[in-house]
Design a protein around this ligand. Structure first.
Ligand code: IPM
Ligand code: MG
Length: 355
């Protein structure tokens, strides 16, 4: 098979974790005799510095030609006070929208070997295996009108949370289908006691459910979900939620996995796919070879599964990640007993474990 992939390392630790993810991808391609057509492009702060725009036209063109895109991270401190449409993050939001990847899959697993790296008690996190399905191309992230305006009241900031039935329905069906491959339980998370938006969300999810009679559905308010994720995380299988709630809950989920550096993600639409670790650009440790590449490498496993349908290869990468977690070497965020490994050492160890 030809693996036609665009790499967008982006900013901060995006560079070093993507380098290791690509190392693993090359290793897999070689071992299983796939040809790899890898191109590289600019996104985020580095793209602003080099071209003036966080998502250059050239990057969009490369992404539309690739079957899958592997992204690192976006965000640099020098843009902290820039308006939203001139920030590195705008590049990622624009890319998600351009690719139409409306369903963002963020699996959270508490690996047995990593229980001690979570600050939560072992008995709470042990056995956690959940999947957050976050709507990714709608809601308050994209709604119009938006902006900061001067009016009769002085200055007013506006963001708009908006969803259509179609936007809710398509991500809902993805979540139900994914639940079928797991423990067959969907928890839809909303704020329907306050927001009309969430009332429509709940209605559309409820109406889709009879098409999946083998999957159990329940609803939970987002504030309660934030609490249950810590109190009783094993109760969750698939968590289905809108864009901003999913952003917040997935960082919380990272605590269950021991480190946000562990979390991979896959963003899927009707075709193609965008793969990125959940963590950000962490400028404070960038370029120091301290970053954990396992979230990025896990995103390669997701790419092999969802875009290329290479299940054996994907499982081999996942198994190698687990082997490295069990026996080391791992980076400082996972609190290894001895000296922490570098980003590159972890990538090399994953390749060695694949064999
Ligand atoms: C994430 C990130 C992004 C988001 C930022 C970088 C725009 O926090 O992928 O979770 O809010 O979606
Ligand atoms: Mg986030």
């Amino acid at each position: 098979m030809n693996l036609n992939v665009l790499a967008l390392p982006g900013d901060g630790i995006g560079v070093e974790v993507t380098r290791e993810a690509v190392r693993v991808l090359r290793h897999v391609a070689q071992k299983w005799n796939h040809s790899l057509s890898l191109t590289e492009g600019l996104i985020g702060g580095i793209a602003i510095h080099q071209t003036g725009a966080p998502l250059p036209e050239e990057t969009l063109r490369l992404a539309s030609e690739a079957r899958a895109t592997l992204m690192g991270a976006v965000g640099l401190p020098e843009f902290d006070n820039a308006p939203p449409d001139q920030r590195p993050e705008k590049g990622l939001l624009g890319l998600r929208q351009a690719l139409g990847v409306y369903a963002n899959l963020r699996p959270v697993r508490a690996w047995r070997s990593q229980l001690d790296s979570s600050p939560l008690k072992n008995h709470l996190v042990e056995g956690v295996d959940l999947l957050i399905v976050r709507e990714l191309t709608g809601g308050i992230y994209y709604g119009q009108p938006r902006g900061i305006f001067d009016d009769a009241s002085g200055t007013r900031a506006v963001n708009t949370m908006t969803y259509t039935r179609l936007e809710i329905d398509r991500v809902t069906r993805r979540a139900f289908e994914l639940a079928r491959t797991r423990r067959k339980k969907v928890t839809s998370v909303d704020k329907s006691n306050v927001l009309e938006n969430s009332q429509l969300w709940r209605r559309v999810v409820t109406e889709a459910a009879p098409d999946y009679p083998d999957v159990a559905l329940d609803h939970m308010l987002v504030d309660n979900c934030a609490m249950q994720l810590i109190l009783n995380p094993r109760r969750f299988d698939v968590i289905l939620t809108e864009n901003m709630f999913g952003d917040i809950l997935s960082d919380e989920g990272a605590v269950l996995a021991g480190s946000i550096g562990m979390l991979p993600s896959a963003s899927l639409g009707d075709e193609g796919g965008l793969y990125e670790p959940v963590h950000g650009s962490a400028p404070d440790i960038a370029g120091q070879e301290k970053a954990n590449p396992l979230g990025a490498i896990g995103s390669v496993a997701a790419m092999l599964e969802y875009t290329f349908g290479l299940i054996e290869e994907s499982c081999a990468v996942d198994a190698a990640i687990q082997a490295v977690l069990a026996h080391g070497p791992v980076t400082a965020d996972l609190r290894p007993p001895g000296a922490p490994a570098t980003t590159a050492q972890v990538g090399e160890a994953v390749c060695a474990a694949i064999g």
